[in-house]
Design a protein around this ligand. Structure first.
Ligand SMILES: Nc1ncnc2c1ncn2[C@@H]1O[C@H](COP(=O)(O)OP(=O)(O)OP(=O)(O)O)[C@@H](O)[C@H]1O
Ligand SMILES: [Mg+2]
Length: 481
């Protein structure tokens, strides 16, 4: 260990190499007297051996020696990594002849000229030892820094690795979230379709049940009305004959004729039968519509009567369209144009008409609830064949256009983009499921290759436009199951 103060100088090991015994003794005495531990070597070879056994902290090395001079010893020491750093102070009496440049070139730390001056020798030894101590400290610091650097590098590597792993697991998480979201969306979609088809099929079942139940009794009424009318004619004829041949009937008969206002009865009876006929015909139409609606034709067929589908939906909704205790009737204006038959799923289309028409009724009822001044509610249904738009001409297609226009509450711009989303509803819980437009959209767009567009102004009303291609793209037809 190297000394930094005289108190630890005794631990400092100095090797003095000189072939001159007197010099060796004098120098050793001086150095030792200052608390250093001294070893001696009388030749270069002995010195090298001693150094190999125990490297000293400093070497005082004579230059001129027989066999192996100081330069050679220095050269050997500097070429060995074990001894390279031991400070060497050259000793020489050849002040002028000493090759100082060579001494420094070979790695000598300093030189002392003979004859020695005690203070100089000690000062140079002290200086070299301090320098060596500082060097060692510096090396130590460097070593520490290198270690810290290495540690930092390791940490950085670990951090980078962790970051990569983190990014990877983040990406995996994202992918998983995406998968889950997709699964959730699919689940929602399936659920909506289930709910809607359940809703429509139970509506269809109810309609079919009612139609079936009413069909027979209305058949009796309708079928017997002709007989009733015939029988009435017969009875009227007989009464007329009685009048002719017995102008003066029994007073009791006369009295009964007057009390029962026979003239009025005879006059009114045909009208009663007639209105019964009209009513029965109406019921029969309703039954037919209900049957048509509930037959829910699921197959992809050529539908030549879109209007029939619209009318049957209107019949089903009749109870909501007509006058209610708290509001006037909704006027239904039909502007049916000449339209060709389209390939479609008629049952599905009827569901769309039902959804759109009931939305229109809801929108009107909503407006009636909040409007103070009188207002005439109208639902307009227009159909036409269109091939005038640029899109039609570009793609050489024709659309059958069905417009359902209401003058109800309208849709605010902030929610217009959401109305086709599943479960989006502004209606109170239990009233709307928010599926009507979503299902309608998928029926028209996905199943029929058509378009479903909405144009609405808040407070004024809404127009929903259905466009069905007259020639449906093949992919759409085969894509439906
Ligand atoms: N003709 C319309 N006028 C005004 N708002 C409408 C009209 N049609 C749809 N909307 C708005 O779009 C929303 C979504 O309509 P959608 O038919 O999908 O669901 P819903 O009618 O609320 O419920 P349901 O599933 O019973 O049909 C409605 O809640 C309503 O706010
Ligand atoms: Mg709806």
């Amino acid at each position: 260990m190297l000394p930094q103060s005289p108190s630890i100088a005794s631990k400092v090991d100095i090797l003095i190499v000189d072939d001159e015994p007197t010099n060796l003794r004098v120098l050793s005495t001086i150095v030792r007297s200052h608390g250093y531990q001294v070893r001696q070597a009388t030749s270069g070879i002995v010195a090298l051996r001693a150094i190999r056994i125990q490297p000293p902290d400093l070497i005082l090395l004579d230059i001129l020696m027989p066999e192996m001079d100081g330069y050679q010893v220095c050269e050997q020491l500097k070429s060995n990594s074990q001894t390279r750093d031991i400070p060497i102070i050259f000793l020489s009496s050849l002040v002028s002849g000493m090759d100082k440049a060579k001494a420094f070139q070979l790695g000598g730390a300093d030189y002392i000229a003979k004859p020695f001056q005690i203070e100089e020798v000690l000062a140079r030894i002290d200086y070299q030892l301090t320098l060596r101590t500082l060097q060692v400290q510096l090396q130590h610091k460097n070593e520490q820094l290198r270690e810290q650097n290495e540690q930092l590098k390791q940490e950085m590597k670990i951090r980078q690795q962790t970051e990569v792993e983190l990014r990877l697991s983040e990406a995996q998480l994202q992918a998983r979230t995406q998968q889950l979201q997709q699964a959730l969306d699919e689940l929602k979609l399936t659920q909506t379709q289930l709910v809607q088809s359940e809703k429509m099929s139970s509506l269809g079942r109810i309609a079919a049940g009612i139609a079936h139940e009413i069909n027979n009794p209305i058949g009796f009424i309708y079928g017997n009305l002709d007989y009733a009318s015939e029988y009435m004619k017969v009875l009227r004829n007989i009464i007329n004959l009685y009048n002719q041949h017995y102008p003066q009937p029994h007073p009791e008969i006369l009295n009964t004729i007057q009390v029962s206002e026979l003239d009025f009865v005879l006059q009114d009876f045909p009208k009663v039968l007639e209105s019964m006929q009209v009513g029965a015909e109406r019921i029969r139409d309703i039954v037919l519509s209900m049957r048509y609606f509930s037959s829910g034709e699921q197959a992809y067929t050529q539908q030549d009567d879109i209007h029939k589908g619209l009318d049957s939906a209107l019949v089903i909704l009749q109870s909501r369209i007509k006058e209610q205790t708290n509001r006037v009737a909704i006027e239904v204006k039909k502007e049916y144009g000449e339209i060709p038959s389209v390939n479609c799923y008629p049952g599905q289309l009827n569901h769309v008409f039902m959804n759109l028409l009931s939305n229109a009724v809801d929108a009107i009822e909503e407006k009636l609830k909040i409007l103070e001044e009188p207002f005439h509610p109208v639902i307009k249904i227009c159909t036409q064949l269109s091939n005038s738009s640029k899109e039609c001409q570009d793609q050489n297609i024709k659309w059958v256009e069905i417009r359902i226009v209401d003058n109800g509450i309208g849709i605010g711009p902030q929610i217009q983009s959401s109305i086709f989303d599943p479960f989006f509803t502004t209606k109170p819980v239990g009233k709307g499921t928010g599926l009507g437009l979503f299902i309608s959209y998928s029926i028209i767009v996905e199943q029929h290759g058509g378009q479903l567009l909405c144009n609405s102004e808040i407070g004024k009303g809404t127009e929903i436009l259905i466009r069905l291609p007259v020639e449906v793209p093949q992919a759409v037809k085969s894509g439906y199951h």
